[in-house]
Ligand binder design. Sequence first.
Ligand SMILES: [Mn+2]
Length: 299
Amino acid sequence: MMQHTISLAFQRAHSLKITKKSKLILLSDCHRGNNSYADDFSHNSIIYEHALSDYYQNGFTYIELGDGIELWENNKFSEILASHKNVFDLLLKFHQRKRLYLIWGNHDMVFKNKKNVSKILGSYFNKDTNKTEPLFKDLNYYESLELKIKDLEKTIFLMHGHQADFFNYYCWKLSRFLVRYLWKPLQLIGYNDPTSPAKNHKELIKVEKRIKKWIQHNKNQMVITGHTHRPRFPAPNELPYFNDGSCVHPKSITGLEIVALEISLIKWETITHKDGTVKIEKTIIEGPSPLSLYLKGEK
Ligand SMILES: [Mn+2]
């Protein structure tokens, strides 16, 4: 059944042409919250903001593979916006320069409905001026994207990944209810949500297996997702399933960069130097590997 759900996401994918000159950064699973005890993003927000501003200055296009905004634990976007204003200002700059592509995940699945996108993100109430002011105007939210490279038949398919996760795709409203009223309070005393692949290893393996099975049945289609929070970077002879990890690792964020048609898995973290200074630094964990290695063979 989930094989069909993945296929639907593939059919509905919005296509995006990329060239040798394109510079893309793929991040996901930020789960930006309201800075409360349950806001998993807040401890990494400084690292994230630095990385994002570096990508902005270097001309990158930002693609977020879902679960960017934590709308399960929070009812009010205004509180999330106020908690992470600098980050949203940066995202707005990407949007204004047409370098922002957002994909919805299970935690922000309300954006599947276009009306909710403009209702929640289109404007905000500015307390300083006492007026409602525009925010993300004409913003699109996608279920999936397909990156197309000139002269290459094969493409790269991007989605959040909960399309391979029955409970989190079809029962997301029940999941949201349980997170809000059961798992969030239980998180305080150390219990983790058993239905979340990000918090449960068995669920994670099941999701990865279903995506790999879909790849096998779909002519070795290259797929990039988030959702499980586990970074994946296959060797060219393995099934082409990539995962960008998340922005809520305990002390770092991970992502996938595509530059000059090569892909790398990168990590941004704070590093303490011998003289006691702390710096935010980027390391390349895997790659860069030419995309063409993963896009070989018949279509
Ligand atoms: Mn997710």
